[in-house]
Design a protein around this ligand. Structure first.
Ligand SMILES: *Cc1c(COP(=O)(O)O)cnc(C)c1O
Length: 437
């Protein structure tokens, strides 16, 4: 498969390896697969007969099969998806796709683990002698997923940039206590500052001459595309429950990698009738759907902090998928946005009436699906993107309880925090990289 840049689709495309190692195209566009493979209708109809590994293997084969041989790809997929992603009934025709049963209890484990394994394979085969530096900007969950996905992988060093004081203590310890090939950089700024530092680093000639840089944010195709896998399995699970007739899928969104992957799955033939993007107060995308104008803004902190993104990277991919045609996009994707009070009320109501514990991100997804008003023959599925215990302080305050922290999360909290404080200016970050490469 070749990959082109969203900024210049007509320019000559690059290989998978170049797309993964470079992350961002030279013109700062995002890479997209040159063609999106469409699965056989017969196969789509038989999804319900397949296991998670089988559906994921099928999607992986279609997307990466030209570049990675079958056995290696099967091993990468099985190793990536060594945990469950169950579809759970909440009430009426609303279901939750729980993507939080992986090592760091959030959906980003899928893309991060896949990318770590694919990149490690590329490094082994190419015999790259320089260490590959993976830069990752995080508003909380990406850092932990990437750090844990890449922990101990030979030939790779991970630098996690996070906004100091703006991630939850549990999130912070998941990437600041690991040591080994993981370094945490505590930036005195916002998530958008962290993301800008990473993007500037890729555009900087001195740094690129000095070190091999790549990114594990959802700008990277190796993180973004594997996120399409679980949409197939969700459909398979709903098929088995006899509920996959007309499916509406709602995705709590920040940087829009997850939604973009869902849209790719739909292009591959997955029978989804309509998508919904759920935003918190950072409603850039929802406003775009309403007004046709894309106006990036500095992000505002909310209780659904993994979605506090003011300039979503994958907007470029969504525009590309719909040829910059807002009307075409809005026929297939709707948007809703919620402030913190609305999120809190949703969490309280769903817990009281259905006994289901939502995290603040999933709550946006649930509420948007609710406000969309499903027709009687439709099934609604929202992505529950993280385990509520990752936001324990917020969840306990809102629900007046004391939720248990799963043992996997507790283990992180015993480690010692190690991070390096840096300012939000590029000069300081660059100097740090030049000295420490
Ligand atoms: C990252 C994240 C999101 C947003 O996903 P995007 O792909 O960036 O839109 C939503 N919820 C949680 C818990 C996350 O960690």
């Amino acid at each position: 498969m070749k990959y082109y840049s969203t900024n210049n689709p007509a320019a000559s495309p690059v290989t998978l390896e170049e797309a993964v190692v470079r992350s961002l195209a030279g013109d700062r566009g995002l890479y997209m697969p040159a063609h999106i493979p469409v699965l056989d209708k017969q196969i789509i109809r038989s999804l319900g007969d397949m296991s998670f590994h089988e559906t994921a293997g099928l999607a992986a084969q279609a997307l990466f099969g030209e570049d990675v041989d079958r056995d290696a790809l099967t091993a990468i997929v099985e190793d990536t998806l060594s945990f469950e992603t169950p579809v759970v009934h909440v009430h009426d025709s609303i279901y939750s796709l729980e993507l939080f049963h992986g090592p760091t209890l959030a959906f980003k484990d899928v893309g991060a683990r896949f990318m770590a394994r694919l990149l490690a394979r590329m490094i082994r085969r190419r015999g790259i002698d320089r260490v590959v530096h993976v830069l990752v900007a995080t508003s909380g969950d990406t850092g932990s997923a990437v750090a844990n996905g890449f922990l101990g992988v030979e030939g790779i060093r991970v630098l996690v940039l996070y906004p100091g004081g703006k991630v939850s203590p549990i999130q912070e310890c998941q990437f600041t206590t690991l040591g080994r090939n993981i370094t945490a950089l505590e930036i005195d700024g916002t998530f958008d500052d962290c993301q800008a530092l990473v993007k500037d680093a890729f555009a900087d000639d001195d740094l690129n001459a000095r070190m091999q840089l790549t990114s594990a944010n959802s700008i990277n195709v190796a993180r973004f595309l594997p996120q399409s896998f679980y949409y197939f399995d969700a459909c398979a699970q709903l098929c088995r429950a006899g509920k996959a007739g007309e499916l509406i899928v709602c995705v709590p969104s920040g940087n829009f990698g997850n939604l973009a992957a869902g849209l790719v799955a739909a292009r591959m033939g997955l029978p989804v009738k309509h998508f919904i993007a759920a935003n918190n107060r950072n409603r850039i995308f929802v406003d775009y759907l309403k007004t046709g104008k894309y106006v990036p803004r500095p992000s505002t902190p909310t209780i659904a902090n993994a979605m506090d993104v003011g300039h979503p990277s994958n907007f470029a991919r969504i525009m590309d998928l719909y040829a910059h045609d807002r009307d075409a996009l809005s026929r297939f994707v709707s948007g809703y946005a919620y402030d913190d009070d609305e999120i809190a009320r949703t969490m309280q109501r769903v817990f009281r009436d259905c006994g289901y514990l939502l995290d603040p991100h999933g709550a946006c997804g649930y509420q948007a699906l609710n406000d969309f008003r499903l027709a009687p023959h439709q099934t609604g599925l929202f992505l529950e993107t993280a385990h509520p215990a990752k936001f324990k302080q917020t969840v306990d305050r809102i629900l007046g309880g004391n939720i248990d922290i799963p043992p996997r999360l507790q283990a992180f909290m015993h480690g010692r925090k190690q991070s390096i404080p840096l300012g939000p200016d590029f000069a300081g970050f660059k100097a740090f990289l030049m000295e420490n490469a």
